[in-house]
Structures are given as structure tokens and as C-alpha cells.
Design a protein around this ligand. Structure first.
Ligand code: DC
Length: 225
């Protein structure tokens, strides 16, 4: 076998992963879903998985700060991520609740737990193998979960624009409340010890502050050619 046929073979065996990372409000979910739909491959929102663990902890009265109990709960969790975005946690449809304020407050602590991260990472890799790849959205997909992803994109936007986008989604909170919660979550995600939010050195960084969804998706599709 020549060197190139070996690498061609390895390339064919590798799940086809498009990693889309970035902070909250950078446009990741909308863009990742649209990219997956345009190419016709599956999509996984890995943030929803951490949210599901936080939801399960709150639901069963486990303190999100109790690292050992939350780790056990994460290992035992029966989690089904449906392609239409429905999330079933231990048989309960948690699609709406995982986006609620209680889960949003608790999730950064849960996501900083190394045992939870290890469990979610295994599940994310299994998902990719089962589906033969897909668009995976999160904080550490290009840096940790799939460092050899076919394409790595890091979406970013100014804190003000990210807060403005988020406050449109949560009608009952003021812009100031959303902005300060986002700054708190940014700090926790970027400064945690395990797999912090970071830009992979081989990622393509796109500032989405002044771009529409279609423009961002087109740019990502161009990067794939
Ligand atoms: O994207 P999101 O806001 O739904 O993410 C929820 C939380 O999970 C947030 O605190 C970041 C964390 N997260 C993570 O640590 N690693 C990922 N791959 C995805 C999300």
C-alpha cells in the first residue's frame, strides 16, 4: 500500500465530523442545525446533553455541586437525543425544561465536573460512530472530543450582540439580566480546569456579529469544498 492509499483508507474510516464550537449566543445552534440540514447529515447539540444531566440532578433533588452524586447520576442517565431536537431524560420529555432558568443556572457547575465530561465525551463519540459522523455543536468538540474532525469552526460574536440575541429568546428577563448571566457563564466555561472553552489552533474562526445565518452557513459550506 502506498502512503496516500493508507491515509485515504484512514480518512474513509474516520467519522465525518464537522465541529462547531463557541460561546453562548454566538449562533452555534441555529447555524449547526442549518449546516446539517443543507448537507443532509445528523446534528448533535452537546450542550443539551450537559443540560440534561443538570435537569436530572435538579429533578431528583441532587445538589449540582455534589460532584460524586452528579457523576453517578450522569453514568446512569438514560438519555435520548432525537433528530427533531426532542430530549428524553430517563423517560421524561425534558425538551422545554432543559432550556429553563433553573437548568441554565446549574449547568455550568455540572459541565465543569470531570467525571460528567468523561461520560458525555464517550456518549458523543458513540453517537458519531453510530451515525457515521455529523455536525456536532459544543464547547470542546474540536479541541477534545474530535481533535481530528474534518472541519473545525469556532463561532464568536461581541458580548453585547450575544446578550441581545439571547434576550430576544427569553422574553421575561431584561437585557441587563441576560448580559450578566452570559458573562458569568462565559467566565465559568473559559476558566474551568477541564476542557475549557478555547479556540482550537486549526479552527476557522467566524465572527457572526454582523452576519446573517445564511451567510455563515454558506461560508462553512465553502470551507468544506
Ligand atoms: O450551549 P449551551 O448553553 O446549551 O451549553 C450548556 C452548558 O454546557 C454550558 O455551560 C457549556 C456546557 N458545554 C460544555 O461544557 N461542553 C460542550 N461540549 C457543550 C456545552
Amino acid at each position: 500500500m502506498t502512503e496516500s492509499s493508507v491515509s485515504d483508507h484512514e480518512d474513509a474510516a474516520r467519522p465525518r465530523i464537522i465541529a462547531i464550537d463557541g460561546p453562548a449566543g454566538s449562533g452555534k445552534s441555529t447555524v449547526a442545525r442549518a449546516v446539517a440540514a443543507r448537507i443532509g447529515i445528523p446534528y448533535l447539540d452537546t450542550g443539551a446533553m450537559y443540560r440534561s444531566v443538570a435537569f436530572a440532578a435538579l429533578r431528583s433533588g441532587v445538589d449540582p455541586e455534589d460532584a460524586d452524586l452528579v457523576a453517578n447520576l450522569a453514568r446512569d442517565l438514560v438519555l435520548t437525543m432525537h433528530p427533531d431536537g426532542t430530549v428524553i431524560v430517563d423517560g421524561f420529555d425534558a425538551t422545554i425544561e432543559i432550556r429553563g432558568p433553573e437548568v441554565t443556572r446549574a449547568v455550568s457547575i455540572v459541565a465543569a465536573n470531570p467525571a460528567v465530561r468523561s461520560e458525555m465525551r464517550s456518549r458523543q463519540r458513540e453517537w458519531a460512530t453510530e451515525h457515521g459522523g455529523g455536525v456536532m455543536e459544543g464547547r470542546d468538540i474540536g479541541t477534545v472530543v474530535f481533535p481530528d474532525a474534518r472541519l473545525k469552526v469556532y463561532l464568536d460574536a461581541s458580548p453585547e450582540i450575544r446578550a441581545a440575541r439571547r434576550s430576544k429568546e427569553v422574553a421575561d428577563l431584561s437585557y441587563e439580566a441576560v448580559a450578566s448571566d452570559l458573562a458569568r457563564r462565559d467566565a465559568l466555561d473559559q476558566n474551568r480546569t477541564h476542557d475549557p472553552l478555547a479556540v482550537s489552533e486549526d479552527a476557522c474562526v467566524i465572527d457572526t456579529s454582523h452576519l446573517g445565518v445564511d451567510e455563515i452557513v454558506d461560508r462553512i459550506l465553502e470551507l468544506m469544498t
